[in-house]
Design a protein around this ligand. Structure first.
Ligand code: ZN
Length: 141
């Protein structure tokens, strides 16, 4: 006898969110089999979307693995692009802001804010073409 109904419940995967700095059971929002089978998860803390990165990744640095974080052009709606802020290093940005980097002609989403030793502030941005980049923010000119 087969198992009754096809289970279409929301699948959840436990993953660490580098924005919230916590591990959550995240809802799988999309399973992109044709793009390498990376499931996308929704963080219940910050409501951000992030690709599933595997079990063992929680506290090792992710900077070397920029190919694990993807932002596809279709992830940004026309509205996002219209509302994108042109990046300037003197600007201040928030997590989830969509920014436009004029010299690269590239859109990106702010994933994280960091303060470097010496008090310099940076934003970590996932760009569609450039991948994951650190950019200065709030810099003096
Ligand atoms: Zn989060």
């Amino acid at each position: 006898m087969k198992k009754g109904k096809v289970k279409k419940d929301k699948e959840k995967i436990k993953q660490y969110c580098s924005v919230c700095k916590e591990t959550f059971d995240m809802e799988v929002v999309r399973n992109d089999d044709d793009r390498g089978g990376v499931p996308w998860l929704k963080c219940p803390g910050c409501e951000g979307f992030l690709p599933y990165m595997g079990e063992e990744d929680s506290d090792s640095g992710v900077d070397d693995h920029e190919d694990q974080q993807e932002l596809a052009p279709e992830d940004l709606s026309m509205e996002d692009r219209d509302n994108a802020r042109v990046y300037e290093q003197t600007g201040e940005y928030k997590i989830d802001d969509i920014i436009y980097q004029r010299s690269w002609n590239d859109y990106g989403k702010v994933l994280e804010k960091q303060v470097l030793p010496g008090g310099r502030k940076v934003i970590v941005v996932q760009f569609i073409n450039q991948g994951r980049m650190r950019l200065l923010e709030g810099a003096e000119q």
